[in-house]
Design a protein around this ligand. Structure first.
Ligand code: NAP
Length: 211
């Protein structure tokens, strides 16, 4: 069965998954790189990186994934819909290697990139987007790639089967919040926690099997 998965989703102690303001120079706003330093230190990001607990989680991002859904603000900085040449942050060969569905109110034709990534632009409810992505994933799982708004919307719609969330020991104070409106969301999941020597805490939320 094709699952809906979230991986390496990094959140500050006070629940922000991005700082502010987002811009071409600062995609995560005032958070800079601090939310993802744990991941960039691992072997799965850089061959000379660490091979411990953080890497064990980070390397689960890609296997078994046949499509990604992401939000418009992950795909580009504010104003990208006005730039017909914008093709995402990731260069000619983006690291997805699958169809990627960008949820946006500024729909444009698909962009085929090198390495198997095609960006499709979709104005749809989370459930409709998931149905489309699942059909493209050809039996494999669908990853919800963020940002915070899209993760929150998919959780609120009850569409997430597995979420790997990483709590990073920083206080951002402002940015885009994840948990608003999700009161009690944990009750639908088996939640496990692993502390890493690096200082981050890994949470896995696995959807409870109905009894
Ligand atoms: N912490 C992490 O692990 C992590 C992971 C990924 C990304 N990020 C960061 O998170 C930030 C982006 O998060 P965000 O919450 O600002 O935005 P987002 O979730 O990336 O995108 C939200 C936007 O997507 C469009 N959208 C969402 N649902 C839609 C729907 N159903 N139909 C049509 N359009 C829809 C809307 O944009 P329009 O109306 O403008 O089209 C909406 O404002 C970036 O800084 C990114 O780098 C963090």
């Amino acid at each position: 069965m094709s699952l809906t998965r979230i991986h390496n989703f990094s959140v500050s102690l006070d629940g922000f998954a991005s700082g502010e303001p987002q811009s071409a120079e600062a995609p995560f706003g005032h958070a800079g790189q601090r939310l993802h330093q744990w991941m960039m230190a691992t072997q799965s990001w850089d061959a000379s990186g660490t091979a411990g607990v953080d890497n064990a989680f980070a390397q689960q991002h890609d296997p078994g994934i046949g499509a990604e859904i992401m939000g418009a603000n992950k795909f580009g900085p504010p104003g990208w819909p006005d730039d017909q040449d914008w093709k995402g942050w990731w260069g000619p060969n983006p690291p997805f290697h699958t169809p990627v569905y960008v949820l946006t109110h500024h729909v444009r034709p698909p962009i085929e990139m090198e390495g198997g990534t095609t960006f499709h632009f979709l104005e749809a409810t989370p459930a409709e987007a998931l149905e489309t992505a699942r059909a493209a994933a050809d039996g494999q799982d669908v990853r919800i790639g963020g940002g915070a708004t899209v993760v929150r919307d998919f959780l609120a719609a009850g569409l997430v089967d597995h979420m790997h969330l990483v709590q990073v020991p920083i206080v951002l104070g402002r940015g885009v919040r994840v948990w608003d409106g999700l009161e009690g969301i944990d009750e639908g999941f088996d939640v496990e926690v692993v502390s890493s020597p690096s200082g981050v805490t890994h949470f896995t939320f696995t959807r409870k099997v109905p009894s």
